[in-house]
Design a protein around this ligand. Structure first.
Ligand code: FE2
Length: 442
């Protein structure tokens, strides 16, 4: 008997077991996570091969958006028609497409098409590849206020669905995701079901993401890390002068947002660090008074899970981010919520960043509910529940942060705080000399 079909059948199971072992190996073995909700079941839903699937949008430089979708048909055009009235497309943009293979899996054709220039705060109707259905998106405003929805470590379980439903009910301009998207973990078709799950939200508002450990999917000698993630979730790295999809920046209204990579080199001689310095030198706090940074592994974490995993990156990059007067840092990875005071180098600092861990989107691994006791001085609020955050940047001086717990399937506001910008507190002016010295250093 030919053993090949049996190998094809059992390989995904073996890979899944290896993935689970790798992913859980780094966790603290002393805590027990409560039961997660079941992984969602996606019935097979055959569609015409040129039908656009897994549609999502992202910002792609000033006044532009990237539309991404997948077709089974390899020859389907990478064309987006769009306009401000339903069914009437006054503009058309041509993009490019790619695909990838992962062991026995072959992806559909992944299309990336940049549209624009677009008007701010405007609803556009669009369709992909010359095919219905029609989608609609809203561009972010040109000026403050602007509202971000934030949820990391999403996965695709009953909790994920609950979180997405709550985000859908809130009025927001774009979604920020600090890593761990699909939890495909080598099982490639789960990238496809995740794309379908998030499409209703991600096709309507820009989803700006950075990568987590669950996006790695590397196999020594066979597969490089982040192949699927980079092919499917292309972010504006070229538009922001970066050489890697794993770190980039963008500006929206009065906010400069930097997305960093926790799983690529970050020491002071690394490409990422060099790019970060170059990017910070372009920030004009008159144009963008707020500076926000996202990455996956938190630097300030009093949960027992993933203790110390962010220490090396923090040692390398925190002095630079502190000199640059970063207002807020958003991280994921730990499946719980935690908010700090303004902090730097482990101590309260009025010119430090507010660190928020929000890795509680709803993944299959459940919650991390054991905390270090006593709570560190910098930790203001911590709770192991699934949920999402909303950040409304109101003007150049004030932003309102709220965290909404998924309580009995209702979004219950459980933590909120007004954050005052470092521009308004004088920190930016006070540290401008220090920043210039670091940015000028070789
Ligand atoms: Fe993670």
């Amino acid at each position: 008997m030919d053993p090949k079909p049996i190998i094809i059948l059992i390989l995904p199971i073996i890979l899944s077991l290896i993935a689970t072992a790798i992913v859980t190996a780094s966790a603290d073995s002393s805590y027990v996570r409560p039961l997660p909700r079941r992984t969602l079941q996606f019935p097979w839903n055959p569609k015409p091969s040129s039908n656009p699937q897994q549609v999502h949008i992202s910002l792609a430089g000033d006044k532009h958006m990237r539309v991404t979708w997948i077709t089974d048909d390899k020859s389907s055009p990478s064309k987006v028609e769009y306009g401000t009235s339903p069914g009437r497309y006054s503009s058309v943009a041509q993009g490019e497409s790619t695909s990838y293979s992962y062991l026995f899996y072959k992806s559909g054709q992944i299309h990336h098409t940049v549209i624009g220039p677009l008007q701010p705060g405007t609803v556009y109707f669009y369709r992909c590849g010359g095919q219905d259905p029609e989608f609609q998106l809203k561009t972010p405003p040109a000026q403050l206020p602007v509202t971000f929805a934030v949820a990391g470590d999403l996965g695709q379980t009953g909790w994920t669905k609950s979180t997405l439903d709550h985000i859908d009910q809130c009025k927001y301009d774009l979604h920020l995701l600090p890593g761990d998207l699909s939890y495909a973990d080598y099982i490639q078709h789960k990238w496809d079901t995740f794309g379908e799950l998030v499409q209703p939200l991600a096709s309507a508002r820009p989803w700006m993401v950075t990568q987590g450990n669950h996006e790695k999917e590397n196999i020594p000698l066979l597969k490089d890390a982040f192949q699927s993630y980079n092919a499917r979730w292309k972010m504006p790295y070229k538009e922001s002068g970066s050489g890697s999809n794993l770190y980039y920046s963008f500006e929206v209204a009065g906010v400069h947002v930097i997305m960093l990579g926790s799983y690529t080199d970050y020491d002071i001689y690394s490409d990422q660090y060099r790019w970060l310095k170059a990017d910070l030198s372009t920030v004009d706090r008159k144009r963008t008074p707020w500076l926000i940074v996202l990455f996956h592994v938190p630097w300030y974490n009093s949960n027992k899970a993933h203790q110390g995993e962010g220490d090396d990156m923090m040692a390398s990059m925190e002095p630079l981010l502190h000199a640059a007067s970063v207002d807020i840092v958003l991280a994921g990875h730990v499946h719980a919520y935690e908010r700090s005071n303004r902090v730097n180098n482990g101590k309260a600092d009025p010119c430090g960043a507010v660190h928020i861990t929000i890795g509680d989107g709803g993944n299959r691994e459940g919650l991390a509910h054991k905390y270090k006791i006593p709570s560190p001085e910098w930790s203001v609020f911590r709770e192991a529940s699934f949920g999402h955050g909303e950040l409304k940047v109101v003007n150049s001086t004030h932003a309102f942060w709220s965290w909404h717990r998924n309580d009995d399937d209702e979004p219950v506001k459980s933590d909120d705080v007004w954050i005052t910008s470092l521009v308004s507190s004088g920190c930016v002016a006070e540290k401008s000399h220090e920043l210039r010295k670091i940015l000028m250093a070789p």
